[in-house]
Design a protein around this ligand. Structure first.
Ligand SMILES: [Zn+2]
Ligand SMILES: [Zn+2]
Length: 214
């Protein structure tokens, strides 16, 4: 599909509505989701048939949620804070999973654009520079949308280490703050039930090294 057609596609519009703006990061997530779903031959998952793993909390993660239907609240959207533009999708039923990761040279910025981007981030760009930056971002976005999937992503089959479906677990009341808390997340402090923050506040402090680790 050509960039223009993709830009006006309903799927992409939905991603932009959810995320708030169009940007290169969202385009990466959108292309990643499409690539993963095409390769797995799956459709958007209304329930928990699919499982998505994102290795970044940047813009692209939003497109993965919209496109795959895997969401944080359903428990089939897993965030690993690795700071990589890498995304995996698993099909629980067939036990198949694929991971795509952005190639190092896929969206690299030249030094001039990089310093322009830094200026914009620090709110130091002039109106003219800001306009130039916006044009540049639009071009990058377009390039990502039009590129061959293989040219921007490393695509690999991975062994699907699929965690079980989210379980609805009973709550019990924390003896310290009185708030209902998922049972398996309660700790025992002096024979009392404590939620995580109350355990941290009231529990014995763990023997931390007094000097910083080398
Ligand atoms: Zn964004
Ligand atoms: Zn508590």
């Amino acid at each position: 599909m050509k960039g223009e057609t993709i830009l006006s596609s309903r799927d992409l519009t939905k991603c932009v509505e959810f995320h708030g703006h169009m940007c290169p990061g969202l385009a990466i997530g959108f292309r990643a989701a499409r690539t993963l779903m095409d390769r797995l031959s799956v459709r958007r998952s209304p329930d928990e048939e699919l499982l998505a793993i994102v290795e970044t909390d940047a813009c692209g993660a939003d497109a993965i949620q919209v496109m795959t239907g895997c969401t944080f609240g359903k428990g089939n959207f897993i965030f690993k804070n690795y700071g990589k533009h890498a995304f995996s999708l698993a099909d629980r039923k067939r036990g198949k999973a694929i991971r795509v990761s952005l190639r190092p040279d896929a969206v690299k910025m030249d030094p001039i654009s990089l310093s322009l981007s830094e200026k914009v981030q620090k709110d130091e760009a002039s109106a003219e520079e800001l306009a130039r930056f916006r044009r540049f971002q639009k071009e990058r976005t377009q390039k990502i949308l039009e590129a061959d999937a293989e040219s921007i992503f490393k695509i690999e089959d991975i062994s699907p280490n699929i965690p079980p479906k989210a379980m609805i677990m009973e709550s019990e009341t924390c003896d310290f703050c009185g708030e209902p808390t998922k049972k398996d997340l309660l700790r025992k402090i002096n024979g009392k039930k404590a939620c995580v923050p109350c355990a941290e506040e009231n529990g014995p402090s763990v023997g931390l090294a007094s000097s910083p680790c080398p």
